[in-house]
Ligand binder design. Sequence first.
Ligand code: UDP
Length: 248
Amino acid sequence: MRILGVRIDHVDMKSAVKKAAESINPQKPFVIVTPNSEIVVKANEERPLLDFIENAGMVVPDGIGLVIGSKLVREPLKERVTGIDLMVELVKYASTNRKSVYFLGGKPGVAEQAAEKLKERFPGLEVAGAHHGYFKGLHTGAKGHSEELAVIEDIKAKKPDMLFVAFGAPKQEYFIDAYKDILGAGLLMGVGGSPDVISGNVKRAPEIYQKMGLEWAYRLAKEPWRIKRAGALPIFALNVLIKKDRPM
Ligand code: UDP
């Protein structure tokens, strides 16, 4: 289906994990995108992002706004499939199926901490590598002599089955788009702030907020600087009401 011209797949958690698991292939890397309303608005402004989503292996509805929007365009999505929940499910799958994982992004130390937490939770998990997301280079935006090449070489050498990239959207999407074919990873997924939560550095909204579709409100209350980004939400809602599945 489409919301404001952006592709969103009709998947629930179970079918998403199944499809991803079947699609891991270093020769034909499987890309997962997890848009929310903000990304849908951004994809209407940035053509390369729109094309990236269009050509991804799977596009899951991360945000509650998309689930509500899908009802307005009369193609109700089954459920919200959040990036963090899907990431944890895929890591679980990896741990029982001898697939290796690499965590890229977040502040120094966070990727390693998240990896440790996941190893405790899923014994036998093979962590191929972990690297922070503040190296200098085109895609993180940090200025100076590029360190991006070294990061790419590290991933290439470690050949992870799954690569989770946590630079926030759409930085991580552009990174994946640029390098997916040379990294040798079988599956690539942008996961935003998920390692912050998994490592225990940031608290996720209590389940009651998640169930009520108010996780975004909790986040906004905890991190008020997000208000600037949340400006996309009324634009999204209004446009879905008027234009529905057509681009903005
Ligand atoms: N980040 C990074 N490199 C950068 C900018 C951001 O690794 O150059 C990390 C940041 O530390 C945080 C994540 O990217 O862990 C962005 O999280 P956020 O919650 O803002 O992303 P969202 O889930 O909203 O896309």
